[in-house]
Design a protein around this ligand. Structure first.
Ligand code: DC
Length: 219
């Protein structure tokens, strides 16, 4: 079974997806982490990551794998390195590359072919797994999302001003919505959950109940 969770940056997708996957006994896939690792690879290659033709040119050589929940780039664990504000900034440009998206989509589908999956991103229920058995779309107010992301940075010991986080989130929303391929859209058959004021536990409980209901319908 494939469960997709899409939505804008910092809507609470990752934590909810990870917990939901645990409870269902499914594999969890963080597709944002894949685009982040690609951005890190582009930065390390010293290319101009705003130039899509340069990103397209290196996309085929990006080698990603997983060790459990840890993401490896050319065998190196980059799980923490991909969370820096610099990588976050580069990723929204890199993720526009059609060649890179093609590569990531085929990796994601390969994983979905061999296991039950909770997969999280922007295009999972629309483009990557349009026939997923259960789809979610998580939203939250931009200011609320900025507060959460600033708290994430603080927990990592990085101080980023809330106003800067909010500005970045608004810019990333624009980029996510206007991407020529893989743009953020709510799948028409997705359950929409607004996470404002909800605890992670509330969100996961709602999602788990809906997935279990779907499993019963399909059995
Ligand atoms: O979810 P996140 O913040 O880790 O995503 C990082 C970036 O990757 C963000 O700019 C959107 C992009 N992304 C994408 O284009 N498609 C996906 N399926 C997942 C993320």
């Amino acid at each position: 079974m494939i469960v997709t969770i899409d939505g804008p940056a910092a809507a609470g997708k990752s934590t909810a997806a990870r917990l939901l996957a645990d409870r269902l006994g499914f594999r969890y896939l963080d597709t944002g982490a894949m685009y982040r690792a690609a951005a890190l690879a582009a930065m390390r290659a010293g290319i101009d990551y705003r130039d899509l033709s340069q990103v397209d040119a290196v996309a085929g050589g990006i080698n990603l794998s997983w060790a459990g929940t840890h993401l490896l780039l050319d065998g190196e664990d980059v799980t923490d390195a991909i969370r820096s504000p610099d990588v976050t900034e580069a990723t929204r440009y890199v993720a526009d590359s059609p060649r890179l998206r093609e590569r990531m989509v085929s990796l994601q589908r390969e994983i979905g072919r061999v296991c039950d999956l909770v997969t999280e991103g922007r295009d999972q229920g629309t483009l990557v797994f349009p026939h997923a058995e259960c789809k979610f779309f998580l939203t939250a107010d931009a200011r609320e999302r900025a507060k959460r992301r600033a708290a994430d940075y603080a927990a990592q010991g990085k101080h980023v001003a809330w106003e800067d986080v909010l500005r970045t989130i608004i810019e990333r929303d624009q980029a996510d919505l206007s991407r020529p391929v893989g743009a953020l859209r709510r799948p028409p058959d997705a359950f929409q959950i607004c996470t404002d004021g909800l605890s992670v536990e509330d969100v996961v409980r709602q999602m788990e109940a809906l997935v279990r209901k779907r499993q019963l319908e399909l059995s």
